[in-house]
Design a protein around this ligand. Structure first.
Ligand code: 5AD
Length: 368
């Protein structure tokens, strides 16, 4: 048992696993409010009230993985698509003309030559249409060291690879049991990305079946141990026709109460990561908004400083649903810009237009 109180813990500069579990388990509105206030304070102290946009381009839903929770897993029957380089050109030109500092390239996982070549071209195209101005974050899964190196040489400079959970048992329960879905390989990938020189991001899903706050505390300590620069994480959301759906339903995870719990737990994770890790970039993800219409604003208030407005061309959006009730499906990039801008302003933050908004943590660790 932790016999400290919330204020004492929030004023510490280092945090034990016990402290983190204590904060994750806070239940009174008053205590939770203190946690969020402290996180916002730390954000202002180590970063600013600027939120940076990463225009999200979801360019393909082909996937070789069969993750038990994901709507575009290999076995799912969605209509598959791969955009053209011309589409990439259109979306990145839009991002550039609208003063977005960066784009994020995301897709289902593939490791074949055609995919690697397409991604090479996509990175080059983004740099070309913006005269090198747009920053690029990649979310293209587990790849070989050489492929990561190639993309870095083409000037992609950030890479986000979620670890999903650091608990071996839980990882196994949400992935097929084969070598394509290996926790240790993911950890090796994160190490490779760091060695190459990327700003490296990772994250977890929050509120998975049988996940405990003890496991989430270990996840945060893992981020710290790996000296991670960026975090992208969000609540687990049920996705129909996936193997985890029935299990989640039987555990009651689809109830309003359970969704509220997962939203709150996700916000606590953002806040605690901000307080423990201080100067990393943290995204308020779209998944937060899927469970709570005000999810992303609340994320900014809990210490997040990155938003990923979807700029995927509308005709592809309905086929890129990793989970149910994904917001913004009928929107255009223009809608998403206006909508997110007002969300940012509503919490007293401002948008860092035309700036990469790199992770201060990355800059500092490179000065050492
Ligand atoms: N709920 C929440 N997040 C999900 N992802 C995939 N499926 C789901 C789901 N059902 C997340 C994973 C993956 C990222 C691209 O999307 O964390 O890494």
């Amino acid at each position: 048992m932790n016999n400290k109180n919330v204020s004492t813990i929030l004023n510490q500069s280092t945090f034990s696993k016990e402290d983190i579990v204590f904060l994750l388990d806070l239940s009174s509105d008053n205590d939770i409010d203190l946690l969020f206030k402290k996180a916002y304070e730390v954000k202002l102290q180590h970063l600013s009230n600027k939120a940076y946009f990463r225009g999200l381009i979801e360019f393909s839903n082909y996937c070789i993985k069969d993750c038990l929770y994901c709507g575009i897993r290999k076995s799912s029957e969605v209509k598959r698509f791969l955009m053209s380089i011309n589409d990439i050109s259109k979306m990145s030109t839009w991002a550039f003309n609208n003063n977005y500092g960066s784009v994020t390239l995301q897709s289902g996982e593939r490791t074949d030559k055609d995919f690697i070549e397409f991604s090479n071209q996509a990175i080059k195209e983004i740099k070309k249409v913006s005269n090198d101005a747009l920053g690029i974050t990649l979310c293209l899964g587990e790849q070989s060291y050489d492929v990561y190196q190639k993309w870095f040489d083409l000037k992609a400079h950030r890479y986000l690879l979620r670890i999903e959970t650091t608990n071996e048992q839980l990882y196994k329960s949400i992935h097929p049991n084969d070598s394509l879905h290996s926790l240790s390989n993911r950890i090796d990938c994160l190490k490779s990305l760091k060695k190459i020189g990327y700003q490296v991001g990772t994250g977890v899903m929050i509120g998975l079946p049988n996940q405990t706050t003890d496991m989430l505390a270990d996840d945060i300590l893992f981020f710290k141990k790996m000296d991670i620069d960026m975090i992208g994480m969000g609540p687990f959301i049920l996705s129909k026709d996936t193997p985890l759906y029935d299990k989640a339903i039987s555990l009651g995870l689809d109830s309003t109460e359970a969704k509220k719990y997962r939203t709150l737990l996700s916000l606590k994770m953002i806040a605690i990561c901000r307080i423990v890790l201080k100067d990393v970039n943290i995204a308020a993800t779209t998944a937060l908004q899927a469970l709570d219409p005000l999810g992303r604003e609340k994320g900014l208030k809990a210490g997040a400083n990155i938003l990923m407005p979807i700029i995927t061309l509308p005709k592809f959006r309905k086929d890129y649903q990793l989970y149910d009730d994904k917001p913004c499906l009928d929107d255009t990039a223009d809608h998403c810009k206006v909508c997110l801008s007002s969300r940012v302003h509503s919490v007293g933050d401002v948008i860092g237009f035309n700036k990469w908004g790199d992770s201060p943590h990355f800059k500092k660790r490179n000065l050492l």
